[in-house]
Ligand binder design. Structure first.
Ligand code: UDP
Ligand code: MG
Length: 317
């Protein structure tokens, strides 16, 4: 049996409290898998410091000097978790590996599921996606917004399984395919799901965050969700067109009704309440529609500028 080189990538943003503990726990997993002959002894870590303001990078440097298997990359500023994961995938592709697992620095995901990921890889799967067993560790707000997001995405024709996470294994082959997608705003959960490569799903347990706080806030989560939608679906634009059409027909009908009232029924004009309601409803709909179009224009704008996804500061190989 060939022993694949496994790379583990960990995006980090202000994770000075977690990162060392996490790497040590993951070493247990890797060493166990090496011992069982499931992965190569050349397996390694690639930690991406997403512009942390704390001691995260110093800790990564120390880990690197102690264990050559720990490699790292430092961004010049914070680019967000998706960019950090993409940088990790691109980085380990260059360093060389047969498969790569991405996992959060707070180790909320059960690290022992990696063995199941690797087993699926051996069974010929190119993508093994982690599916969270439940969302008990999330706040009620996050639970429902996340659920709403996956429901919306599915309605819009982007089929991401619910409770999908960025905890997944992808093969070298999938990495090579990813390189052929020049778009900058990749939404990884949608992307890997859409490629059409052989995909397996593995359920895992979520633990509460041990150290530090969640590095996502309402704004970054909304950004992630909007990016996920606008980079994968044009259905919202179609909905606007359909709404506009229905409204136009309605307006036309209303016009006829007004003419009939005025010239045939000679009834007094209706009160202004109806007018005000209609105006505010339609005004609101128009603003909302413009906002949706704006999101897509923004997406085009960002892609057209073709800026690099992220800028590397230091890389430890
Ligand atoms: N993260 C990152 N850049 C950011 C925000 C988060 O690299 O701008 C990392 C973070 O360090 C962690 C992972 O993304 O390893 C998931 O973040 P977190 O655990 O805070 O999110 P949650 O579990 O609350 O969804
Ligand atoms: Mg977390």
């Amino acid at each position: 049996m060939m022993k694949p080189i496994l790379a583990i990538i960990i995006p980090c943003f202000n994770e000075e409290l977690s990162i060392e503990i996490t790497v040590n726990k993951l070493f247990d997993v890797i060493n166990d898998l090496i011992q069982k002959g499931k992965i190569s002894e050349n397996s390694y870590f690639y930690i991406i410091d997403d512009g942390s303001k704390d001691k995260t990078w110093e800790i990564i440097e120390t880990l690197h000097s102690k264990h050559p298997q720990v490699k790292g990359l430092k961004f010049i500023r914070n680019y967000g978790n998706q960019k950090a994961i993409i940088a990790g995938l691109e980085g380990v592709r260059e360093l060389g590996c047969d498969c790569v697992v991405s996992i959060d620095a707070d180790l909320q995901q059960d690290e022992w599921a990696i063995e199941k990921f690797v087993d699926k890889f051996h069974a010929g799967y190119d993508i093994v996606a982690g599916i969270r067993n439940d969302r008990d560790t999330d706040s009620v707000f996050k639970k429902y917004t996340a659920l709403g997001f996956y429901k919306t995405m599915n309605l819009l024709g982007v089929h991401i399984p619910q409770n999908h996470s960025d905890y997944r294994l992808v093969s070298k082959r999938a990495l090579d395919i990813m390189e052929q997608f020049p778009e900058k705003q990749l939404f990884l959960r949608g992307f890997f799901n859409e490629l059409g490569l052989k995909t397996a799903y593995v359920k895992f347990d979520v633990k509460p965050r041990m150290q530090g706080e969640s590095k996502f806030n309402f704004r970054s989560l909304m950004g992630l969700a909007l990016n996920g939608i606008t980079s994968f679906s044009i259905v919202p634009l179609r909905i606007i067109a359909v709404l506009g059409f229905i409204m136009a027909i309605f307006g036309f009908g209303l016009g006829i009704e007004v003419i009939v009232e005025k010239y045939f029924l000679h009834s007094t004009p209706k009160g202004w309440a109806t007018m005000v309601c209609l105006m505010s409803v339609f005004g609101g709909l128009q603003m909302f529609s413009l906002g949706i179009i704006g999101e897509y224009v923004g997406q085009v704008y960002r892609e057209v500028k073709a800026r690099p996804r992220y800028i590397k500061d230091i890389e430890l190989k």
